[in-house]
Design a protein around this ligand. Structure first.
Ligand code: NAD
Length: 248
């Protein structure tokens, strides 16, 4: 028996990275999975491989959410879970961040998450789950990612409010706060050979960057009955990075 047997779960930004691993794991655990992304070719390829439904969805566009949810309900007759995973990152100091760039990040990360809750929750079965992907930078600061960190803090706030507002239907809403995870976003390939390893050995108590499969296991926990009494909480998954600074 799988942990998600009989459930229908939408994962946004699932064409690659953490979302891809979430889609793969959820499928292995018995869910019908909806891979939603703007990377159509990659998303369709993954959906075909794992036996999922692909929908094109730009999470910042309300009309695309409506069409995506219609497609899911038409295909499976229900929706039980949502992982708001899609996100973008830009590096800039606050003083150098153009307004357009700030608003672009807000639109995908923060508005995308809000629209996901707004579009999916009314059609979701009672007892459903929503997992919002915030970040380590949703609970602490980091220079050069100010716009991103602002949206990730906002996602933690959205998570708490949605948990309160949806609790009467048994819908649980939680957030994941990953530290550095080895995906295209953190882009370790672009760094000189060995530099990334050395950086994370120094920064992270567990001495390495995280794997997207590890975040997928947290998403599974928060989407399954294993977390049945947990709602409204941010879950940090960072190899101990947030624990503090070591001087030894
Ligand atoms: P990634 O870049 O590999 O994946 C992001 C996915 O989101 C891609 O498939 C991309 O096409 C999709 N996407 C981007 N804009 C979209 C839009 N408008 N509509 C729909 N899909 C869109 O990076 P990842 O590490 O897998 O990121 C997943 C989530 O985890 C993001 O929310 C990110 O902010 C968060 N996160 C990542 C890290 C990290 O170190 N990689 C750390 C903390 C949090």
């Amino acid at each position: 028996m799988g942990k998600l047997d009989g459930r229908v779960v939408i994962v946004t930004g699932a064409a690659r990275g953490q979302g891809e691993q979430e889609a793969r794991l959820f499928r292995e655990e018995g869910a019908e999975v909806v891979v939603a992304d703007v990377l159509d070719e990659q998303g369709q390829g993954l959906a075909k491989e794992i036996g999922a439904l692909y929908v094109h969805l730009d999470v910042g566009r309300e009309e695309e959410w409506a069409a995506a949810v219609d497609a899911v309900v038409e295909a499976y007759g229900r929706v039980d879970g949502l992982v708001n995973n899609a996100g973008i990152l830009r590096f800039n100091t606050l003083l150098d961040t153009p307004l357009d760039e700030f608003m672009q990040i807000v639109k995908v990360n923060q508005v995308g998450c809000f629209l996901g809750i707004k579009a999916v929750a009314p059609r979701m079965s009672d007892g459903g789950t929503i997992v919002n992907t915030a970040s380590y930078t949703g609970v602490t600061g980091m220079a050069a990612v100010g716009a991103y960190a602002a949206t990730k803090h906002a996602i933690v706030g959205l998570t708490r409010v949605a948990a309160l507002e949806l609790a009467d239907r048994g819908i649980r809403v939680n957030a994941m706060c990953p530290g550095a995870i080895d995906t295209a976003m953190s882009n370790p390939d672009a760094a000189p050979e060995g530099a990334t390893d050395a950086l994370y050995r120094k920064l992270v108590p567990l001495g390495r960057i995280g794997r997207p499969e590890e975040v997928a296991r947290l998403a599974l926990f928060l989407t399954s009955e294993d977390s049945s009494y947990i709602t409204g909480q941010p879950f940090v998954i960072d190899g101990g990075w947030l624990a503090g600074v070591s001087i030894v």
